[in-house]
Design a protein around this ligand. Structure first.
Ligand code: HEM
Length: 432
């Protein structure tokens, strides 16, 4: 969460607007639709860039992003004092939850929390969800398959991870719409640089409601345990250490949010990328054993989460620049994943790409906790879409990207499909 105010367009446009090197250019819908030329400029002209609008360093080369994720501090939630100084003390209850979430902690507090959570989130638990995920995807596609058209986002990419999340947590699946809406509110705040004061009451209400929801789930499960992450976190124990009720709630929330918006974007961005690259789509249809490697490439090519933040642990040197202790650094994983020094021909989608160690799930201690589950969800979704929706094509209408600068995803993805091949593929050309 960054609390910077949006700079005025005039400030951004000083001189030639095209020349302004700032991640804030993502507010321009054209740049949001295709941020890769901006990333390219940042990487080549100023790879460790001081952004005066964000008051943060912006890092775009693969090797620097990996370095930042490895060595810099994740402990970046504003303290109540900092919030008050910015006139944002209304957000204190949100910060109170965030300071207990593993995503915003350094070792040893992070190691303890992650260790306890890992005891609860075992490979067996994830594997057990696999069969359910196939049923969920099939059930959702059953509703649209005869219509010959669908919105990939509303009909599959949003409800699928929400239902999986409910199952994973061990709360009623009927609540998945509610989980989705809370998670969207939280993600809007996490994914955007600019702080929107009009949204404060909604975010606060949302955090209050989800905290109350999970608190009552915990209390109920003390009497009537249900299989799932909530109960597993309540009872996890490592060397005599257990999570407090507040820690369980905070980390259930981060897992719930982390698991929804990103997976929605993986499916939406992935289907779009395949439709824009018909040769790759065809190759995948012909050989479904390529699905796991295709998922990795789609994660690299249109990363669902484009950047994350850290603080400099000390006064440090990076890429020849001196970064003072505790200054903010934005690690742009979406740019690192297109770095030609690491990925040959990075702007080409190649579902057979070898040596594809992308940073879409982050790196090192905070490497995505849900990556094994996200991979399974992606693999099942793409395999089932290709098998059940023949002759898939985009509806000829402009694409709208969600106004979230960090979590890259489409607002809608209308497609047509069916037995008859579409007359012409009305798709836009591949992104450069
Ligand atoms: C395609 C889907 C996903 C993507 C692209 C993604 C991406 C990421 C990234 C980049 C990070 C590291 C952030 C940082 O270092 O600041 C992260 C961490 C995390 N993710 Fe995911 N994620 C996905 C799915 C999931 C799922 C399904 C879950 C849970 C079920 C999940 C839960 C988490 C949690 C709890 C963390 C924090 C880990 C820690 O701080 O130790 N994510 N994710």
């Amino acid at each position: 969460m960054s609390m910077k105010r949006t700079p005025s367009e005039a400030a951004l446009s000083k001189g030639n607007p095209k020349e302004t090197l700032s991640l804030y250019r993502l507010l321009d819908p054209q740049v949001l639709a295709n941020p890769y030329p901006l990333y390219h400029r940042l990487r080549t002209e100023d790879p460790v860039h001081w952004d005066p609008f964000l008051h943060a360093w912006v890092v775009t080369r693969y090797r620097d992003v990996v370095h930042v994720l490895h060595y810099f501090s994740a402990n970046r939630t504003p303290t109540p004092e900092q919030l008050s100084a910015m006139g944002l003390s209304a957000l204190n209850p949100v910060a109170q939850v965030m300071v207990r979430q593993m995503l915003f902690l350094d070792a040893p507090a992070h190691t303890r929390l992650r260790g306890l959570a890992s005891v609860a989130f075992t490979p067996r638990r994830v594997e057990r969800l696999r069969g359910h995920i196939q049923e969920i995807v099939d059930g959702l596609l059953d509703r649209v398959v005869h219509a010959g058209r669908a919105d990939v986002i509303a009909d599959l990419a949003e409800p699928m991870p929400a239902i999986v999340t409910a199952e994973l947590m061990g709360v009623p699946v009927a609540d998945h719409g509610q989980l989705k809406s809370w998670s969207a509110d939280f993600a809007e705040m996490l994914g955007n640089f600019q702080h929107n004061p009009d949204r404060i009451p909604r975010v606060l209400r949302s955090v209050e409601n989800m905290t109350a929801y999970f608190r009552s789930a915990i209390r109920e499960q003390r009497e009537h345990p249900r299989d799932g992450l909530i109960h597993a976190l309540m009872t996890a124990e490592v060397e005599g250490s257990r999570l407090t009720e507040e820690e369980v709630i905070a980390n259930v929330i981060v897992t719930m949010v982390g698991g929804q918006e990103t997976t929605t974007n993986l499916i939406g961005n992935g289907v779009l990328s395949l439709l824009r690259n018909p040769d790759q789509l065809q190759k995948l249809r012909e050989d479904s054993s390529l699905i796991p490697s295709a998922v990795e490439e789609l994660l690299r090519y249109e990363s669902p989460s484009q950047h994350t933040a850290r603080l400099a642990p000390d006064d440090v040197e990076l890429g020849g620049r001196r970064i003072p202790k505790r200054q903010a650094v934005i690690a742009v994983v979406g740019a690192a994943n297109r770095d030609p020094e690491r990925f040959p021909d990075p702007d080409r989608l190649d579902i057979t790409r070898q040596d594809n160690r992308h940073v879409a799930f982050g790196w090192a201690a905070h490497f995505c906790f849900g990556a094994p589950l996200a991979r399974i969800e992606g693999q099942i979704a793409f395999e089932t879409i290709l098998r059940r929706l023949p002759n898939l094509a985009l509806e000829p209408q402009p694409l709208v990207w969600r106004h979230n600068l960090g979590l890259r995803g489409l607002a809608a993805l209308p497609v047509v499909f069916g037995d008859k091949p579409p007359a012409a593929n009305p798709i836009t050309p591949p992104t450069p």
